[in-house]
Structures are given as structure tokens and as C-alpha cells.
Design a protein around this ligand. Structure first.
Ligand SMILES: NC(=O)c1ccc[n+]([C@@H]2O[C@H](COP(=O)([O-])OP(=O)(O)OC[C@H]3O[C@@H](n4cnc5c(N)ncnc54)[C@H](O)[C@@H]3O)[C@@H](O)[C@H]2O)c1
Length: 461
């Protein structure tokens, strides 16, 4: 039996992340309709997924007022628009694959969990990292008993300085009305809960505010980096280096150990690209324009002139210290005691040399530690009694999520086809969201928040 789906929000995730699997494996089913207010995105989606104009809707409202036309809905709208389309999809009888974060407060999370139960439908939240090669192997190790009883976990999400400036200073998620910890790290809080194997009992948290404010503008820096900043050769956030020269993205790739050869190739490209661009060797100025993320977020005009115009006139080109309305923190720490006694420390920080997660789990019989990076990763495990340390092979992955996207989607489809438990249900994901809300409460009150006794204040009536 194959399944059919509809996509709500034909942006980056709706267009690319999950549905693409169906083009490679048509036996798994088809996408038969999509909704997005952006006509260009609807057309792009219709082309790739072979939809007619009548299958494309200007919004989820128009799609879900029709009688149910497919088995499931992928809800991939922006962070502030997850709740209403999910409730409407459930009311119309669809199963739902919902992008994270499921909702921005506790009350709305609960509305989704309750509505899924009432409708007897699956709502799975896209916690792709459970399916990433590093964390899937790590969880297998814990479940196998190889580490004995888990005692403590240390994890950090190390966001590269340029990625932070792109997404959380200049980008859409620069306002803490959608807290960075919830938006970015509900994944990590989910992984910690999954690895600990129990719900959280107590949470405390500290926040360091961002350095990227007016108060720290370097002397003489203009409003837009492209206007000729005296600090352009030393400032890590220089917009021209980030978006035109791609220095930090290529720098990140140059650090890749796998696939073998990519690191050296990126190093060479980084070195020769400016010359090729300047001399336009064999039209390279056009071909070497980087038009995908993060540049794709800056402009839809992929010509060199279009990019320069965006860097002169939009916030993507502004001095990172002068954006003005950004207030996502620079770092946040979270300490958690789980109800089974496992202790965890988590750090989300914005000053890493490259984007990567690091993790360490120590148990009564062994330790495991590793890193998950954009394309590759590694994991080691040590046995206390024998003293042996072994490396676990981690395959290269190209989806930017450690290889987790398609396995998660496959599992979701299996779940709605066969009735087996979904990847990460809304009820399960709610645990990670509750920790994020408690951490935000703790960081602002200075108190330890108890989750086994009372609810957090986020969204409480
Ligand atoms: N699981 C992950 O690891 C992961 C990774 C990245 C992003 N995300 C999450 O995925 C979500 C989408 O991110 P994105 O980068 O694709 O954003 P995006 O802005 O590219 O796409 C969102 C789309 O929703 C559309 N939209 C707005 N109102 C709508 C309506 N009423 N009906 C239908 N569509 C509507 C927008 O026009 C846009 O095309 C976000 O919540 C983000 O946090 C999750």
C-alpha cells in the first residue's frame, strides 16, 4: 500500500527535506497537493512534484477546508505558524509530519498533543538528529548496555560564528520571541531526554546576551559592510566575505575529513576563487556564484549585481553590530537532572570555528564520545574493565542533518501504513519543549525549575 501526502509551506524544508525521497523511491507514494502563499514557490513545487495548478493552494486554510484528499500532511511553515495548520490538518483527518519547534509555548504544545489523541492520528515531530549516524549509533550503544547505567551526559551545540550572524543576527530568527534554545536546540534537548531514558525533573539555565549590538560597533564601521569597512579584513562577520567571497562556508568545508578529498578541494577553491572571479576565467564569475544557502536567503537575484544590491540595501549586508533589533543570546547553558538520576549539561554557543555538535556519555561500565559535523562525524567508545577503546564508523551524509532526514521520513510513512509507533510523537517531543520553556524561565528568574511538580509559566493560563 502506498501513501499520499500534501505539503503545507513549500519553502526550504517543504520543498527539499522530506518529499524529495519520493522522487527517488516512488513506491513509497506521492505528494498530491501543496499550499504556499508565495506563487513562485508554488510553481517551483508543482514543477518538481508534477502537480497541476488545481493541486496548489494559496494557504493551508484553503487546503484543509476541502474534504481530506491524502493520508498525511507535512507541515513546514515557519516557526510561528505550526499550531493552527496542524490542528486544521488533524481536524480534516490527516496524519501530520510537523517541523520543529512544534509550538512556542506549553499551552499550544498541549493543544497539539491532545488534538492528535482525540483524532487518533499520528503527529510526528521532525527530530532528525535521532536518525543521524552519530546519535543513532550512540543510542544503540546505550540501549545495548555497553556503557552500563548512564550517569552523566555532556553535549554542546557549537554554532559557527558566521552561521550565528547569518541566521540569528541578520536572519529571520534574530528576535528572541522565538527563543534560540527552543528553535535550534529542541533537537538537543530531545536527544538528551532520549539518551537519559527518562523525563526531566529539574532544570536550571544561564544566558549570555549577544555581543553583536550597537554598543560594540567597531570604530568607523559603516552601516553596510560593502561601503568599505576599515575592519573588513579582520571582522569575522564581514558580509562581503560571507556572501560574495564565501570565505567562512568554504572554510567550514575545508575542515571536512570526509568525503576524502573534499577538504583539500575546498581549500584550493577558497584560494583560487577570488582570482577566478575577478578575471572571469571561462565565465567562472557566473559559475562560482554561490546561490544556495546561506546566499539563497539573501536574494532571489543570483547575478553578481543582484547580490551586491542586496548587500547594499538589506539587513543581510548590514554591519552585524548594527542590525539593531536582534536579541538572541550569544550563549546559553542548561543543566538537567532527569527523574532517573541522570545528570546532563548542555551548552548552545555562537562562537565556534565550525558548526558541530559534540557529545560525551559516561556510564558505570563505559564511556562514549564524539562529534557530529556538517558532512561527517566520529564516535569512540571505551570499556572500563578491559580499557579497550574502539572507533565506530560514521558514514558521510550530505543532508546537513547527519543523514537523518530520509530515515525519519521513511519511519513516519511506515508508521502511518502499519500502525507502528511514529518516529518522535508530539507527546514525546513535548518533553524536550518543556525543558526549553523551563530553561527560559530559569534564566530569567534565576531559580531552579522543577518539572516533576509544576508546569513552567510559558503559556500557562
Ligand atoms: N528539522 C530540522 O532539523 C529543521 C531544519 C531547518 C528548519 N526547520 C524548521 O522548518 C520550518 C520551515 O523552515 P524553512 O527554512 O523551510 O522556512 P521557509 O521560510 O523557507 O518556508 C516556510 C514556507 O511557509 C510558507 N507559508 C507561510 N504562510 C503559509 C500559509 N498560510 N500556508 C502555507 N504556507 C505558508 C512560506 O511562504 C514559506 O514558503 C521552520 O519551523 C524551521 O525551524 C527544521
Amino acid at each position: 500500500m502506498t501513501t499520499t501526502g500534501v505539503v503545507v509551506g513549500a519553502g526550504d524544508r517543504g520543498y527539499d527535506a522530506y518529499a524529495r525521497l519520493l522522487l527517488d523511491e516512488p513506491d513509497l507514494g506521492r505528494i498530491i497537493a501543496a499550499a504556499d502563499p508565495d506563487a513562485g514557490r508554488r510553481e517551483r513545487f508543482a514543477r518538481r512534484y508534477s502537480l497541476g495548478a488545481e493541486d496548489c493552494f494559496p494557504g493551508w486554510e484553503e487546503l484543509f477546508e476541502r474534504p481530506r484528499m491524502a493520508d498525511y500532511a507535512i507541515v513546514a511553515t515557519g516557526d510561528t505558524h505550526h499550531v493552527e495548520p496542524t490542528l486544521a490538518a488533524l481536524a480534516a483527518g490527516y496524519h501530520v509530519l510537523l517541523e520543529k519547534p512544534m509550538a512556542l509555548d506549553e499551552k499550544d504544545c498541549r493543544r497539539i498533543v491532545d488534538a492528535a489523541a482525540r483524532a487518533d492520528r499520528v503527529v510526528a515531530v521532525c527530530h532528525v538528529y535521532r536518525y543521524s549516524h552519530v546519535f543513532a549509533r550512540l543510542h544503540e550503544l546505550i540501549s545495548s548496555g555497553a556503557l552500563g547505567d548512564v550517569v552523566s551526559i555532556q553535549q554542546s551545540e557549537n554554532v559557527a560564528f558566521w552561521h550565528y550572524a547569518h541566521s540569528y543576527v541578520r536572519g529571520h530568527t534574530r528576535r528572541s520571541t522565538v527563543p534560540w534554545l527552543l528553535q535550534k536546540s529542541c533537537h538537543d534537548l530531545d536527544l538528551l531526554t532520549w539518551m537519559a531514558g527518562a523525563p526531566a525533573a529539574e532544570v536550571s539555565s544561564f544566558i549570555r546576551p549577544t555581543e553583536l549590538t550597537d554598543a560594540n560597533v567597531p570604530d568607523g564601521a559603516p552601516e553596510y559592510c560593502i561601503e568599505g569597512c576599515p575592519h573588513s579584513s579582520t571582522c569575522p562577520y564581514d558580509a562581503v566575505a560571507t556572501y560574495r567571497e564565501l570565505t567562512p562556508v568554504l572554510g567550514d568545508l575545508a575542515m571536512a575529513e570526509r568525503p576524502v578529498g573534499l577538504g583539500p578541494a575546498a581549500k584550493v577553491l577558497r584560494a583560487v576563487r577570488p582570482t577566478l572571479m575577478e578575471r572571469d576565467v571561462a565565465g567562472s564569475a557566473h559559475r562560482l556564484q554561490w546561490w544556495r544557502w546561506p546566499v539563497a536567503a539573501v536574494t532571489d537575484d543570483h547575478t553578481p549585481e543582484g547580490l551586491d544590491r542586496a548587500l547594499r540595501t538589506t539587513r543581510w549586508g548590514r554591519c552585524a553590530y548594527r542590525v539593531g533589533d536582534n536579541d538572541q543570546p550569544s550563549a546559553q547553558t542548561v543543566s538537567i537532572r532527569f527523574t532517573n538520576g541522570v545528570l546532563a549539561n548542555f551548552t548552545l554557543q555562537s562562537n565556534s570555528h565550525r558548526t558541530m555538535r559534540s557529545v560525551r556519555v559516561d556510564g558505570t561500565k563505559g564511556s562514549a564520545w564524539g562529534e557530529l559535523r556538517a558532512l561527517d562525524g566520529w564516535l569512540k567508545v571505551a570499556d572500563h574493565r578491559s580499557g579497550k577503546v574502539r572507533s565506530i564508523r560514521i558514514p558521510t551524509a550530505f543532508d546537513g542533518h547527519g543523514g537523518g532526514e530520509h530515515p525519519l521520513f521513511r519511519d513516519f510513512l511506515r508508521s502511518i501504513r502499519t500502525g507502528t509507533p511514529p518516529p518522535v510523537s508530539a507527546a514525546e517531543s513535548f518533553e524536550s519543549h518543556r525543558i526549553a520553556f523551563a530553561a527560559m524561565d530559569s534564566a530569567s528568574s534565576g531559580d531552579i525549575v522543577r518539572l516533576d511538580q509544576a508546569e513552567t509559566t510559558h503559556g500557562a493560563d
